[in-house]
Design a protein around this ligand. Structure first.
Ligand code: PHE
Length: 453
């Protein structure tokens, strides 16, 4: 297979590679770290149901919309909006929003990826050999409050991210995703089986799967929308950028569906791993962003050969984070290289530099900067909130309006059916949703939740 199309644009080498990279972008800390703690703070079952509804009803169509824009225009997000709207100024706003959103996410995401790398290192060097839940709790708090180590790991993680990005699309990103994503999936299955044998398993499963509708309010619904979009890497042009590397033969609807199914499955597995343990070890499900880092080591501690599992798991999670950060970075790098004709090295340096400043500030927001809050949120929480609950849904509205209303229906259908060579029963449903359901629903949820409706 070629690595470039006739116009010289880089392409993913194989069909499997393209899907693996998309799934690699979607599956990451969002599923394994963010989903359990968001579900924990928003009451479990009801939150899960909302996430699933949003993922399948709104998420899949919006992924398709991003694919249509990206593969159609074969360019970065900003140029793509520009090209397909024939230069209408307004639409480049959507593109710029996506570049800003992606850098904000990269900032706080690298911090958590850094925590993961630290836990990988600690498992390797035997420092995670603690026994009680209290010890694990204290250990994580001490690490976070220690300031320099979290900051250093953020830096190291971004350095590795930089190194992979420099190798380009096919060699770096595709190769890593192909091999390690399936391994991560298998190891999650093993942990899942183990968690089901824990003494708190039934309480954990009830919390996750039995919706308590009294927990449902505007905040929970917005959080679920934000989570679905975050987890699918939606609304900030990530899928636009990746689709620009798809081959002409790629089946867009199928790729979107596979991505949504696998992504949801990984989040569900993470939930089934975490919540039985939460109830067994007496942790509050509402512990917030630190939840997974306090609970997982307790699970490993009681497994035979625990340290090996711990090493393997934190290694794979670090790699899963890397496949996601690579995709977020690619949004601005593709923009800078396509639009400003910057060299890939310079664009990658700029992207990494900004992420580093934001990342270190976020890392310190669990330590020295913990009292520095804006609108009651620490820097870390603020970046997450603005990107996931504001920029991503807004981006989702713009992207669906763009494909549903601005570009011609024939253009969108041609992309979804590869100019009539594919038969897709879902294509008309997707286009209907993009016109009538997705933009209205996302906008309503968003306005209601931020109190404007
Ligand atoms: N979807 C990724 C995850 O779940 C996060 C991400 C967000 C990646 C936005 C790219 C863009 O971890």
């Amino acid at each position: 297979m070629k690595h470039q199309n006739s116009k010289g644009r880089a392409l993913f080498r194989t069909r499997f590679g393209a899907v693996a990279a998309t799934v690699g972008s979607a599956v990451g800390l969002g599923n394994i770290w963010r989903f359990p703690y968001e579900a924990g703070t928003h009451g479990g079952g009801a939150f899960l149901v909302c996430c699933l509804i949003f993922t399948f009803l709104l998420g899949i169509p919006v992924v398709c919309a991003e694919f249509i824009i990206g593969r159609g225009a074969r360019s970065n997000a900003i140029t793509a909006f520009d090209r397909l709207s024939h230069g209408a100024r307004f639409w480049s706003v959507a593109g710029y929003l996506s570049v800003i959103g992606s850098i904000l996410i990269l900032g706080f995401y690298s911090v958590v990826a850094g925590w993961t790398a630290e836990y990988f290192f600690e498992s390797l060097t035997g420092q995670l050999n603690l026994s009680s839940q209290q010890e694990f709790h204290a250990h994580f708090a001490e690490f976070c409050e220690g300031n320099w180590r979290p900051a250093l790991w953020t830096l190291l993680f971004l350095a590795v991210n930089f190194a992979v990005l420099m190798r380009g699309v096919a060699k770096g990103i595709e190769r890593i995703s192909n091999i390690l994503m399936p391994v991560l999936f298998v190891i999650l299955l093993v942990f899942c089986v183990n968690s089901l044998t824990l003494e708190g398993a039934s309480r954990g499963l009830r919390f996750l799967f039995k919706p308590d509708w009294s927990q449902l309010n505007a905040g929970t619904i917005l959080a679920a929308l934000g989570q679905s979009f975050f987890s699918l890497s939606l609304g900030i042009g990530c899928m636009i950028t990746y689709a620009s590397y798809f081959s002409d033969k790629a089946n867009l609807v199928q790729n979107a569906t596979v991505t949504a199914v696998l992504d949801s499955l990984v989040a569900l597995l993470a939930g089934v791993i975490i919540f039985p343990a939460v109830f067994t070890f007496g942790v509050s499900p509402e512990a917030g962003p630190t939840l997974v880092f306090e609970v997982l080591p307790s699970i490993f501690a009681q497994l035979p050969g625990g340290m090996l599992w711990s090493i393997l798991f934190f290694f794979l999670l670090t790699i899963a984070s890397l496949t996601s950060t690579i995709s977020m970075s690619e949004i601005s790098i593709a923009f800078l290289t396509d639009h400003y004709k910057m060299k890939r090295t310079a664009a990658t340096c700029l992207n990494t530099g900004i992420a580093l400043v934001l990342g270190i500030a976020c890392a310190l927001s669990f330590g020295v900067l913990s009292d520095f809050t804006i609108a009651g949120k620490t820097l870390f929480n603020l970046l997450d909130y603005v990107a996931s609950n504001i920029i991503m849904p807004l981006g989702g509205v713009l992207i669906s309006v763009f494909v549903g209303w601005v570009i011609q229906r024939k253009y969108a259908t041609d992309q979804l059916t590869n100019h009539g060579t594919l038969r897709s029963a879902l294509a008309p449903v997707v286009l209907f949703s993009l016109r009538w359901i997705a933009p209205v629903a996302i906008l309503l949820v968003f306005l209601r939740s931020i109190g404007l409706l």
